[in-house]
Design a protein around this ligand. Structure first.
Ligand code: ARG
Length: 465
């Protein structure tokens, strides 16, 4: 248990109000620099833009601006070289950088003019989210490309498609992969959408109620590349919906990756034996020498849970907060960083794993030979002969039962037996069991037919470059 007794010697920085420093345990509890140091680039960019604007409105001199620019440049280099001394007693990234700057130049004490850490942190976070969206979009495209490449490599391979994890109908293996490409495309559009709402500058909102200084917010927005400036100072400093949104999009990506991971896990089991995941993405067992476990896929599936938890945490964090800024908001960062880090790793590793996956064509081919997969095609054959679908369904159902009774597989049921269930049956019925023929007939848009899948592969190759 932390002992809440010892007072720290240091008073809070730039604080006339307090006579002592905070309790040591309080300092440990409240400081955030061990995780928000990651915002240093955005914090420095924001400060540079703010300083340039202060010069523009003549609050600081050209010399002071120069000193601030030089100082912040040096701090950036120090941080990047690992030579910056992050001081937890200065609480967070903002105070650490400002204190270091003020040590370098007295102009540093002017940088916080008409600025609060409340609009500063909101700005830093929006910049960070915007940049992260670009990275996530690129990583999602990377996985899409890997899926399309694998689909193309095995473009002639068919597998059974499943519902209820029961064999249902034949599909191209590529069609299955392209389903995930579609999901990821929607995830990308969600990222872009979230980016639009994030693209609003909060700086200039002060602690909550703006400032009496004649700021030029449009100047800052332009410097930082924001499309718009916030229109309500209370909202700007206290809302974090853009963070919840990005974390949700991450959770959606993770759910898609988790479903895909589950497919890979099933497919690589002896029961399916459709694929072999490369050695660099599998691990052995400490006990059973024969084992090759799909741990990466399992962990992608497992880690989706924590990202879903991150969204939940953020929503609960926000739900009871009164206007405007409350320190609770500091808790947004670890959840966001965790969600983004986990999703980026999962995207990159999934793409790597797909690139190292081999499809066991002969096993797929054996599996897709199962005549029961063509039962619906036989029903369609009867429909084409004028039988109502419900009746056709019943006819084939009876034939399946009959075959089972006679210990025959469906395509071995003799014509005279078929005739017993329908007078419309003729020898052409057996063509329904021809895989190539069956696949050439699935021509509806979105279907897994040969032509359609080829068109889709071409479309994605063109789109993803
Ligand atoms: N570290 C704080 C956060 O992440 C920065 C803002 C602190 N503002 C304040 N008024 N104490 O939310």
């Amino acid at each position: 248990m932390a002992k809440a007794k010892k007072k720290t010697k240091k008073k809070a920085l730039w604080s006339g109000r307090f006579s002592t420093g905070v309790d040591e345990a309080v300092q440990r509890f409240t400081q955030s620099v061990h995780f928000d140091w990651r915002l240093y680039l955005q914090d420095i960019r924001g400060s540079l833009a703010h300083a340039r604007m202060l010069r523009e409105i003549q609050v600081i001199t050209a010399g002071e601006l120069k000193a601030i620019e030089t100082g912040l440049g040096q701090i950036k280099t120090q941080i990047e070289k690992g030579q910056f001394n992050w001081d937890p007693s200065l609480e967070d990234v903002h105070m650490n950088i400002e204190a270091a700057l003020t040590k370098k130049t007295p102009a540093g004490a002017k940088l916080h003019t008409a600025r609060s850490r409340n609009d500063q942190v909101a700005t830093d976070m929006r910049l960070w989210v915007k940049e992260t969206i670009v990275q996530l979009t690129e990583q999602t495209s990377g996985l899409q490309r890997a899926l399309v490449d694998l689909g193309r490599k095995y473009e002639n391979v068919c597998i059974p498609g499943y519902t209820h994890l029961q064999r249902a109908q034949p599909i191209y293996f590529a069609h299955h992969l392209l389903a995930y490409v579609e999901m990821l495309e929607r995830d990308k559009s969600r990222l872009i959408d979230c980016g639009k709402r994030t693209d609003v500058l909060p700086l200039g909102s002060g602690a909550l109620a703006g400032t009496t200084m004649p700021l030029n917010r449009k100047f800052v927005a332009k410097e930082l590349g924001f499309a718009a400036i916030s229109q309500n100072s209370l909202d700007a400093v206290s809302d974090r919906d853009f963070i919840v949104e990005l974390t949700f999009v991450c959770s959606m990506i993770m759910v898609h990756l988790s479903r895909f991971a589950e497919d890979l896990i099933l497919w690589s089991s002896a029961e399916f034996n459709f694929i072999r995941i490369g050695d660099s993405f599998t691990t052995g067992s400490s006990l059973m020498p024969q084992k090759k476990n799909p741990d990466v896929a399992e962990l992608v599936r497992g880690k989706s849970g924590r990202v879903i938890g991150d969204v939940q945490s953020l929503l609960v964090l926000l739900k009871g907060l009164p206007m405007t800024y409350n320190r609770d908001l500091q808790e947004d960062k670890e959840r966001l960083f965790d969600a983004v880090d986990t999703t980026q790793d999962a995207l990159i590793l999934s793409a790597g794993m797909v690139a190292e996956t081999q499809v066991l064509e002969h096993c797929c081919c054996d599996a897709v030979k199962d005549p029961l997969l063509f039962a619906t095609d036989v029903a369609d054959y009867f429909v084409k002969k004028g039988v109502a679908f419900r009746h056709a369904h019943e006819i084939v159902g009876k034939a399946v039962a009959l075959a089972e009774e006679k210990h025959l597989i469906l395509d071995q049921l003799p014509l005279n037996e078929w005739k017993k269930v329908s007078s419309k049956a003729d020898a052409k019925l057996y063509e329904c069991f021809d895989l190539d023929k069956a696949m050439s007939q699935r021509i509806v848009v979105g279907a897994p037919g040969r032509k359609q899948v080829q068109q889709q592969l071409n479309r994605w190759e063109k789109k993803l470059g």
